[in-house]
Ligand binder design. Structure first.
Ligand code: ATR
Length: 277
């Protein structure tokens, strides 16, 4: 360990320059009048293990890891939470006093807390959830929705084989729907989640027909650039409750910040403003 004068944390990824995590954690450090810092560190895949073994010796108490390091970090860690094991990836690492690495995945937690905070009365067990996409983000969302009591997950992905793999892994409560029929999932869905990059600034449009949406559905998009995606706008016009994806980013940061700096931080409007600035 080190006698660095204050605790350091950060986010490792590649690329990492556009990460909003430094704004998020620095806002909390300032709000709670804590000494510490949080920095974005570009790290290449081959160097990840060396970097993770070195950071504790430099005053780091933990780090977030993001694309492309989430799966590799899980395998480097010495201790892993059950939810990170289930998801198969880590996003929050804590360096224990003996230098060992404790890995967690708080993406699913962030997803659920965002809905709880911004769609009052939302319950996972209100009915089936429709999930678009079967990439890394979808894995965390499916684990979280099943854990929170969703009776069924209707899952559709352009590449069907990836959705089938998730069904095999997560069991019979997951039902795969052809991508060309993805709109049909909506007639049954109480919760609707876009985990694909469709609708993101610079990416392709989200073209799934939305006329089957139930007005009592809660609809959320993991895309938060733009904050109001075409999916959320259409859902809102159809009477659905909609929740943007920024809140998931904010909430996923809570457990790490608490472990590293000792205060459980609040997610509120001031934080949203700081992160969007
Ligand atoms: P993440 O970790 O953010 O989930 P990812 O693992 O690369 O990122 O997954 C991206 C998701 O967006 C996948 O479900 C992908 O579909 P494929 O598995 O078929 O690639 C989906 N996606 C990306 N571009 C898409 C497009 N143009 N049309 C449909 N789905 C798309």
């Amino acid at each position: 360990m080190t006698d660095h004068p204050y605790p350091l944390a950060g986010v490792l990824g590649n690329p990492i320059a556009h990460s909003r995590s430094p704004k998020l954690h620095r806002h909390w450090l300032k709000t709670y009048d804590l000494v510490g810092d949080y920095v974005a560190l570009p790290v290449e895949g081959d160097n990840l293990e060396t970097v993770l073994k070195t950071l504790p010796k430099m005053g780091f108490v933990g780090v977030n890891v993001t694309i492309p390091h989430k799966v590799h970090a899980l395998h480097i860690a010495d201790q892993v939470t059950d939810r990170a094991t289930l998801i198969g990836a880590a996003n929050t690492l804590t360096f224990l006093p003996d230098g060992k690495i404790y890995a967690d995945n708080t993406d699913g937690y962030g997803f659920i807390e965002n809905l709880r905070q911004n769609a009052s009365g939302w319950r996972a067990n209100a009915g089936p959830a429709a999930v678009f996409g079967a990439g890394g983000a979808a894995r965390a969302i499916i684990v979280a929705l099943l854990d929170a009591g969703a009776p069924e997950i209707l899952l559709s992905n352009r590449t069907r084989a990836k959705a089938e793999t998730l069904r095999q892994e997560f069991g019979s409560r997951v039902r795969v729907v052809e991508w060309v029929q993805a709109g049909n999932m909506l007639e049954e869905a109480a919760t609707v989640v876009n985990t694909t990059s469709l609708g993101m600034k610079g990416a392709a449009e989200f073209r799934v027909p939305l006329d089957g949406l139930r007005p009592d559905a809660v609809v959320t998009d993991l895309v938060y650039t733009p904050l109001r995606t075409p999916l959320l706008d259409t859902a809102s016009e159809m009477g659905c409750t909609t929740v943007d994806g920024l809140g998931m980013l904010l909430h996923q940061g809570v457990p790490g910040f608490e472990r590293w700096f000792g205060v459980r931080p609040e997610v509120n409007d001031a934080l949203r403003k700081a992160v969007l600035a």
